[in-house]
Design a protein around this ligand. Structure first.
Ligand code: ADP
Ligand code: GN1
Ligand code: MG
Length: 362
């Protein structure tokens, strides 16, 4: 990639003094660019959007523009308004991205300065902050016209469809890996009914569709580097209509785990009830009053379901030959699968305790 061409296409001024890979996302390719203009340095986040996953980049970028404009408006007057959401820098031709003629779709954001993205929780209070931030995110979009949004990945959290894709991957067994992962395959099959539960409640009209983030990982919230308050929800590629459970559950999946997503030593992996409680407290404080009883009732289950879904996705990708999630070593998707299933198993044993915690913050 020629970063100087990119600089020109986005009309950036100054001398490009650094361009390096950045962050730990599994989907897009992210770079940090540093430009020096006189005595002033400005940082930008450049991303090559993964357009084999996000097929409609134009629609995706329109989504992001709508959502960030909406959030910025909600924060008008706040001294921190410039950091409250992502700022898309359009290309000089006015488009929200630049396509380089070789199928690379590039977009640019202002770097949200003086923040940190955490890969693992360091202090339980951070989960309360995370919960409050994603509850608030959902609140801020409660009056947003969802019909403006395209579905950037159709059926993204359609757990029944995820199960179907898993079955297809087992059947095709493209890499001849199914035999070595029979235990994991059986683990999924035994829990098939779970994948239909929330979808059934949605169909019955008991659960409403909202505008949700859908990828509420800890590292998709930027915390203030000094006082660790929530500053900016990022990674807006999957903002689209969804259930509250997708956001609540996915945060617990990653944030309340006691180990890394690809930890090999499964004895280190547990869903911490302390962290679950902190997140619940934060989330309920900002959006609990907006949720109906059925939504609240299924919050604990959603933590298990979203973890299960993610494990199914990692396993499916492993069986398909690692074509979706970025991997850094051959069996990483299998390691990721195993941590997710360990968490699911652990949550099954802790379900009553999780329910009692949610009831406390209702
Ligand atoms: P992916 O979809 O691949 O996860 P993200 O949009 O989450 O990509 O970006 C990856 C990482 O880059 C984030 O976890 C965060 O550390 C960093 N990042 C992304 N956007 C910004 C930004 N505007 N300012 C500062 N850091 C950012
Ligand atoms: C991906 O983009 P990133 O790394 O924040 C994935 C999520 C998974 C997560 C697992 C668009 O999130 O759905 O839960 O990996 N994003 C997409 O860590 O598929
Ligand atoms: Mg991300």
């Amino acid at each position: 990639m020629d970063f100087n061409v990119i600089k020109e296409k986005f009309g950036l001024v100054g001398e490009l003094i650094e361009a390096a890979p950045y962050g730990f996302g599994h989907i897009n390719s992210t770079f940090c660019l540093v430009l020096k203009d006189g005595g002033k340095q400005t940082r930008y986040i450049l991303q090559r959007v993964n357009n084999s996953i996000f097929r409609d980049v134009d629609g995706l970028m329109n989504n992001i523009k709508y959502v960030t404009d909406h959030i910025r408006k909600k924060n008008e007057g706040d001294p921190d308004v410039d950091r409250c959401t992502l700022t898309v820098i359009p290309a000089v031709d006015g488009k929200l991205y630049y396509e380089d003629g070789e199928g690379n779709y590039l977009r640019l954001y202002l770097f949200v300065e003086d923040t940190v993205a955490l890969q693992q929780v360091e202090n339980p209070e951070q989960l309360k902050t995370l919960g409050a931030a994603f509850g608030n995110f959902q609140n801020q979009l409660a009056d947003f016209d969802a019909s403006k949004l395209i579905e950037t990945i159709p059926n993204f959290h359609n757990t029944a469809d995820r199960y179907r894709l898993f079955e297809e991957a087992v059947k095709n067994d493209l890499k001849g890996r199914a035999a070595e992962v029979q235990d994991e395959i059986n683990f999924v099959k035994e829990r098939k009914a779970d994948t239909e539960l929330l979808l059934g409640l949605l169909k019955e009209g008991k659960l409403p569709l909202r505008v949700t983030h859908n990828d509420t990982k800890l590292n998709n919230l930027l915390f203030d580097a000094t006082d660790l308050r929530a500053v900016c929800v990022i990674d807006l590629d999957t903002v689209m209509p969804g259930l509250v459970h997708y956001d609540f559950g996915d945060s617990i999946r990653f944030g309340a785990s006691t180990g890394a997503e690809d930890e090999k030593d499964l004895s280190k992996i547990e869903m911490s009830l302390e962290l679950f409680e902190k997140y619940t407290e934060g989330f309920m404080s900002t959006c609990g009053s907006k949720l109906n009883d059925c939504e609240i009732e299924y919050l604990p289950f959603s933590a298990k379901l979203m973890t299960f879904e993610c494990g199914i996705r990692f396993l499916t990708d492993y069986l398909n030959g690692d074509t979706y999630f970025k991997i850094h070593y051959p069996e990483q998707n299998l390691d990721r699968t195993r941590t997710q299933f360990k968490l699911v198993y652990d949550m099954e044993g802790k379900m009553d305790a999780m329910k009692a915690i949610v009831a406390k913050y209702k």
